[in-house]
Design a protein around this ligand. Structure first.
Ligand code: SAM
Ligand code: DTB
Ligand code: SF4
Length: 327
């Protein structure tokens, strides 16, 4: 590192796995000149990861729409009039077929999402079969099914689940302005259950929902200060969905997104930071800047859950142009 270019940058301890962050400290990171922030994030990144390797997960919505919850950003809430149609839980053979395609195209992990407040036990049994079969293909498995009841995380672990995705989404202070049907503490409870069952935790959030920079810093602090930081941290840019309360939210400055990636990288040095929803609207150059700021994971495949994602051909071309390899 060249000391001269960082002379004015406050010192931030490196690799503080058990360090507790304050909102003021993370706000101070956000307030750095962008070049200093990205430089620092890239330094932390290089100490912990191969800077030219990006992990790729493919998403499949196995149960779409009709959700009881009122998350103000979501196309799948039954409370809003969106274009998303309610569907039943997908049959196992369709899930396996999609996982095989994802593997052939080069995804290392297959993530199955369900629009539930949480799984009923009979639905969970069907998801357990999906996990076992996808695992048997030699892929890492991830599911995101909403809030878990006692004993459900253990069943998922026994089926071979590698990751459970459950986002905090925003900080505790802002949460109630976007979601009223459950609480931030409910989300934390499920994360505890996942961690206790020995499943890797995937938890991040959405930015661009009208939250303040302090709320964004608060979200990063709440993730980084968990008893153990999540192994995987998805950072989603709001995809505005017509019919939802957040449909007409003003777009966030893209550099604020880059700053959020950098703050996640610095505070969670050993976590995979995922450049998640919103990538379709990003230029290749903005995505490269996110990778430089420490993102090293992405969703790969033409669809997220109900919205689009860049075509695999565009992503393959981007990887080739950047000289990065998929892991
Ligand atoms: N129902 C489960 C839950 O809420 O955890 C799983 C599915 S839910 C759709 C998974 C995540 O998708 C949410 O936590 C949120 O972070 C993200 N998400 C949903 N709609 C989004 C949108 N319009 N823009 C960006 N991210 C979104
Ligand atoms: C995550 O953090 N983002 C993904 C995944 N985890 C489940 C979902 C993004 C959804 C974007 C809106 C949609 O496609 O419905
Ligand atoms: Fe339901 Fe999850 Fe969408 Fe909230 S984010 S409405 S819990 S599917």
């Amino acid at each position: 590192m060249q000391a001269s270019s960082l002379a004015a940058v406050p010192s931030v301890p490196q690799s503080p796995v058990s360090r507790q962050w304050t909102v003021a400290e993370v706000l101070a990171l956000y307030e750095l000149p962008l070049m200093d922030l990205v430089w620092r994030a890239q330094g932390v990144h290089r100490e912990n990861f191969d800077p030219n390797a990006i992990q790729r997960s493919t998403l499949l919505s196995v149960k779409t729409g009709g959700c009881s919850e009122d998350c103000g950003y979501c196309s799948q809430s039954a409370r809003y009039d969106t274009d998303t149609e309610r569907e039943r839980l997908m049959p196992l053979d369709q899930v396996i077929a999609a996982a095989k395609v994802a593997k052939e195209k080069g995804a290392s992990r297959f993530c199955m999402g369900a629009a539930w407040k949480g799984p009923k036990d009979n639905d969970l049994d069907r998801v357990l079969d999906m996990v076992r079969e996808v695992k048997a293909l030699g892929m890492q498995t991830c599911v995101t099914l909403g809030m878990l009841k006692d004993g459900q995380a253990e069943k998922l672990k026994d089926a071979g689940l590698d990751y459970y995705n459950h986002n905090l989404d925003t900080d505790k202070e802002f949460y109630g302005q976007v979601i009223k049907s459950h609480t931030h503490d409910d989300r934390l409870d499920t994360l505890d259950q996942v961690r206790d069952a020995g499943i890797n935790v995937c938890s991040g959030g959405i930015i661009g929902m009208g939250e303040s920079r302090k709320n964004r810093a608060g979200l990063i602090v709440q993730l980084a200060n968990l008893p153990q930081a999540p192994e995987s941290v998805p950072i989603n840019n709001l995809v505005p969905i017509p019919g939802t309360p957040l449909a007409d939210n003003p777009r966030l400055d893209p550099f604020e997104f880059v700053r959020t990636i950098a703050a996640a990288r610095i505070t969670m040095p050993k976590s995979w930071v995922r450049l998640s929803a919103g990538r379709q609207e990003m230029s290749d150059e903005l995505q490269a800047l996110c990778f430089l700021a420490g993102a090293n994971s992405m969703f790969y495949g033409d669809h997220l859950l109900t919205t689009g994602n860049p075509d695999v051909d565009r992503d393959d071309a981007l990887f080739a142009r950047l000289g990065v390899k998929a892991v």
